[in-house]
Design a binder for this molecule. Structure first.
Ligand SMILES: Cc1ncc(COP(=O)(O)O)c(C=O)c1O
Length: 446
């Protein structure tokens, strides 16, 4: 599929940004030259996915497409029970409706914003147990998505087990920079979870990219096929949610999978209420077909190698210009250290958002803030929560852009870097939502 890209002038982009209240989500896509807002649902489907789409069975109950998806999930991930949902957050909504009650605490590795949102919406708390190395962008650690087993055990020892319905591992960990979790860490977390009798759940949006990093970086996995690594990863999980818009390379879709029939039965009730009947759950048959095919394609080594090398290519180009990023580079995106880039912009004025706006105005490249705006306010004090790191995320859609687009992006950001000393002012909030504010926030120049 080929799409036109619209070119524009700096003056036009300055005006459009102002009209969009300095929120990049408010820009219409025709005003964007290279769109690195997200890798979610923005991938290009393959010839096989498009042809699978034509074979969709749109029966309300028991469609052939449902069974195709069931077979792919069983073969690739090893789960017997699953429920389709329209996307990842819907899977969270359904599963958490069964598992989370007010006052609960859910430890994990830097929970994704919708995951945290669904936890906090139920008046429960997400507890981040990521290793400290993840907070030092320039420091090398092969698995910065890892959970610190010491932090996790301390937390479990000090809190009543009945208030901890599950532990969640996000792999790769989006919030800490698309960083992988090692097999050894998954195993360790599973044994701690077993010791306390707590289920282990995966947020598996980018599970295949995680398996690729295990193959590349962990002892004993270099010669293993990706699907074998995937099967081992999931053998330690009791249940999982997946936004299939990432590693299943579809534009819309998701699911929950689990081992327990009991959990399946409970979750089915909420699935029917929120998503649709249990054999389609918010997806059309054709989309389930494309998703099933995408799970096979997304776990092919050659595809993963090409994709992850493209992400690293952008990272290397930025590094060449002296721009500090989270290293090693993540699977789906480059995370630029915004405080290192713009040291004169106060944190109270949203430094990563300031960088995102500057990059758009410079070259029409749309990234996204992973910083204070995304972190939301503390649910109790209503004060801004300042995360340890302020990132500008440049997420690369799958099978869409060439390395020329990466080169263009790197040069646009390098141009901003050259004039960084003159950028000392950020933004003030004009209007914000009480939760997940970054999607709709309105800003003005400080
Ligand atoms: C790690 C992770 N979990 C969950 C989600 C939510 O998925 P969706 O956007 O399909 O609702 C995302 C989306 O970006 C994600 O990155």
């Amino acid at each position: 599929m080929v799409e036109p890209l619209g070119r524009s002038s700096r003056e036009e982009r300055e005006l459009w940004m102002k009209e969009a209240s300095y929120n990049l989500f408010n820009l219409s896509s025709d005003k964007v030259f290279v769109d690195l807002l997200t890798d979610s649902g923005t991938g290009a489907m393959s010839d096989r996915q498009w042809s699978a789409l034509m074979m969709g069975d749109e029966s309300y109950a028991g469609a052939a497409s449902y069974f195709k998806m069931k077979q792919a999930i069983s073969e690739i991930l090893g789960f017997d029970y699953f429920l389709p949902t329209h996307q990842g957050r819907a899977a969270e909504n359904v599963l958490f409706s069964v598992l989370i009650k007010e006052g609960d605490m859910i430890p994990g590795n830097a929970h994704f914003d919708t995951t945290k949102g669904h936890i906090e919406f139920r008046k429960a708390m997400a507890v981040d147990c990521t290793i400290d190395e993840a907070l030092e962008p320039a420091r090398y650690h092969p698995f910065k998505g890892n959970i610190d087993p010491g932090k996790l055990e301390d937390f479990l020892r000090l809190n009543p087990v009945e208030r901890i319905p599950f532990i969640i591992i996000t792999l790769t960990c989006n919030t800490s920079g698309g960083q992988p979790v090692s097999m050894q860490n998954i195993r360790e977390v599973k044994s701690i979870a077993d010791k306390y009798g707590i289920p282990l759940i995966f947020d598996a949006a980018r599970f295949a990219e995680n398996a690729y990093f295990i193959r590349e970086r962990e002892d004993g996995y270099a010669d293993r096929p990706i699907r074998q690594i995937v099967r081992e990863m999931f053998s330690y999980a009791d249940a999982m949610t997946m936004s299939s818009k990432k590693d299943a390379i579809v534009n819309m879709g998701g699911f929950i999978a689990m081992r327990s029939h009991e959990l399946f039965r409970h979750a089915s009730v909420f699935n029917i209420m929120f998503e649709g009947y249990i054999t389609y759950g918010g997806m059309s048959g054709r989309d389930m077909n494309a998703l099933a095919q995408g799970l096979y394609e997304g776990t092919e080594y050659d595809y993963l190698d090409t994709r992850i090398r493209q992400v690293a290519y952008l990272g290397e180009r930025l590094k060449h210009f002296g721009i500090q990023c989270q290293e090693p580079f993540g699977g789906h995106a480059i995370f630029v250290d915004a405080r290192h880039f713009l040291p004169h912009v106060p944190r109270e004025e949203y430094v990563a958002q300031t960088l995102a706006v500057e990059l758009y105005i410079e070259g029409g490249v749309r990234g996204v803030e992973i910083g204070t705006l995304l972190a939301d306010r503390d649910p109790v004090t209503r004060q801004n929560r300042y995360p340890a790191l302020e990132f500008l995320r440049l997420a690369i859609p799958r099978r869409v852009y060439t390395n020329n687009h990466m080169e263009y992006t790197a040069i646009a950001l390098a141009n901003v870097f050259e004039r960084r000393e003159q950028i000392s002012k950020g933004f003030r909030i004009v209007r914000e939502a009480p939760i997940m504010r970054h999607f709709t926030v309105e800003l003005e120049r400080a």
